[in-house]
Design a protein around this ligand. Structure first.
Ligand code: SF4
Length: 181
């Protein structure tokens, strides 16, 4: 896997101050894509063990709420093993940190339908993630006022509750308004 950037003080992609990993490679072709150069799997720098360690070190700061995966597309089959390794390490070593993951794929029709490579890897990623923001970016539904998503079709999903109840449960906190849902 390659990656474009690591943000160590990100306040835009999930609650609190977060570490964000922007992975390279994405097969979606969203019109108005805000990270078009990251669609290439060759973009950016190699994601190495040293980079994983750097992310873990950044996460250790007490004011960091958690880790966010985005890109690019973290759920592309090529990227999933690397996402899994880091996500399981965070769960093991820093269980108090939350994990958010942005994907252009749809939870039910793509991810849970096991359309994205090795299902065992996908399932283990899902078991690590607290919040999954799913769906392609749709320019016609773009709204800069939405919290933690770019277009109104996207869903900010409470993943553990969704998997437990077998129905979509949207994530919300005390600052969430009806327009964000
Ligand atoms: S999923 Fe994200 S990176 Fe991929 S084309 Fe859509 S907006 Fe761009």
């Amino acid at each position: 896997m390659r990656y474009a950037t690591i943000k160590k003080y990100d306040i835009a992609n999930g609650p609190g101050v977060r570490v964000s990993l922007f992975v390279s490679g994405c097969r979606h072709r969203c019109k108005g894509c805000f990270n078009a150069e990251l669609r290439s799997f060759d973009y950016g720098m190699p994601y190495t063990q040293e980079i994983e360690d750097e992310v873990m070190a950044a996460l250790q700061k007490p004011y960091i709420a958690g880790l966010t995966f985005l890109g690019g597309e973290p759920m592309e089959p090529e990227n999933q093993p690397f996402v899994l390794k880091l996500a399981e390490r965070v769960r093991r070593e820093m269980p108090e940190k939350t994990i958010w993951l942005y994907t252009g794929y749809d939870l039910e029709s793509d991810i849970l339908a096991a359309r994205l490579g090795d299902w065992e890897v996908t399932e283990r990623i899902l078991n690590c993630v607290d919040v999954l923001v799913d769906g392609e970016f749709v320019e016609a539904l773009k709204n800069p006022d939405l919290r933690f998503k770019g277009s109104s079709n996207q869903r900010v999903i409470n993943l553990p509750a969704t998997l437990e109840r077998d129905e979509i449960v949207l994530w919300r906190d005390e600052f969430t308004t009806e327009k964000d849902l």
